[in-house]
Write a protein that binds this ligand. Structure first.
Ligand SMILES: [Mg+2]
Length: 176
């Protein structure tokens, strides 16, 4: 079976929406994913809030209860019949995220065994046939076929050498 390495945040788990929800709860200002088009969170919030919101991902609980990216469960389940699936997250950046991400996987992707979950630092260590990720930096050095999964921040007008999937239905068309 060919292997697919699948990222978590903003590919199967909606971390950007959690960011927006926390920001609105704490500052009373609604920001939406639309505001993130071509931008990172520090471009979206006022300068005075940037160092404060930088801490969000380091907080206990940030990676709990993230919404599931639409159709990821059903499509990955179908893919798992034809491919070996690995969920790969650069979780080491956020030490509190490890348990939270593992629990989230158990709850929402129970058909993926712990053997197939990889929490790492630098993803250049990953070897697979396909990698689906929203971060171009993770795809750049990948030796297999890279698929960039659309997230607001990666919608820029710059040239990119990767195949793009805008949603999981498009991944299904590409790989099944
Ligand atoms: Mg990601």
């Amino acid at each position: 079976m060919k292997r697919i390495a699948i990222d978590m945040d903003d590919v199967i788990a909606d971390a950007t929406q959690k960011f927006c929800d926390i920001y609105q709860a704490e500052f009373g200002t609604k920001i939406s994913k639309h505001d993130f088009i071509g931008k990172e969170f520090f471009d979206v919030v006022p300068h005075a809030h940037q160092s404060y919101v930088h801490e969000y991902h380091f907080r206990k609980g940030f990676f709990q209860n993230l919404h599931i990216i639409p159709h990821s469960q059903e499509v990955i389940y179908k893919l798992s019949k034809k491919y070996e699936i690995f969920v790969v997250s650069a979780a080491m950046e956020f030490p509190y995220s490890l348990n939270e991400k593992y629990d989230w996987m158990k709850e929402n992707f129970s058909f993926i065994s712990w053997h197939n979950i990889v929490f790492c630092g630098d993803k250049s260590i990953i070897k697979a046939d396909y990698m689906i990720d929203d971060r171009l930096k993770n795809l750049k050095n990948f030796e297999g076929k890279a698929i960039v999964f659309t997230a607001p921040h990666n919608l820029r007008d710059e040239y990119e050498p990767f195949t793009r999937a805008n949603n999981w239905k498009e991944v299904e068309k590409l790989l099944l």
